[in-house]
Design a protein. Sequence first.
Length: 253
Amino acid sequence: MGLHIHAQQHEIKQAYRKLALQFHPDKNSSKEAEAIFKEVNEAYEILGDARSKFEYDQLLNGIPAASQPHRDPRYRPRPPGSFSRTTRKMEMLETMREYLKYALMASRIALLFSAILIADFVLPPEKEQKEVLAMKRGQEYRGTRSFKMELKDGETMSLNRQTASEFQQGSVIIIYNSSLFSVPLILENEVTHFKTEIPVSIYGNFIFLPFVLLITSLLGTFYWKGVEFRFNLGVVNCFLMLLSFIFLRIHNF
């Protein structure tokens, strides 16, 4: 309903009336209006009642509502079964609370993984020499021709036209790899000492990914307010870790 957690009853009523008029089927004929109107009514059933609103606020803050005293000392609890049914939002929060431990575990694993990635990037690289067996033309994209460089051990690398001209068949190249995951960082011609960085890699154009993962995993591990926020961070960290694993295997010039 677009309300802050400390909204007063008159603010809740005002927001409800505004949304009810906006999405009432008699006023709005769109397909989504009826579903939104039902959700607005369900939300008002919770927020319009002092006790159920308090329980909902506690769920948002990650605190079991039943274990806390009511903020209003004059409040008297109603008999069991007299409360309105919970909304899908409250059910979702309860589900998030149940699986929160797994989300926290994912954030901690992501924190460790991001630290390893950053260490892999900053540690001195390792060098290896390889012979270029062949240079083959690749696909043309938007007027730019790519080339495939085949190395002695069967590995291939994609190069643009300008970079490919610096590496010829039969030449020996030096590849600078990261120390932990052996991600290619720099390619050097052993004779001309021409060097070029590898842009399409987790330590090239996607270097922001390990640092973003570090920030989100720190928040997911050490920020202790709000079940929904911590759970969602756990999901985000799982997704970022998956992307990081994918980009660890992608490296082209």
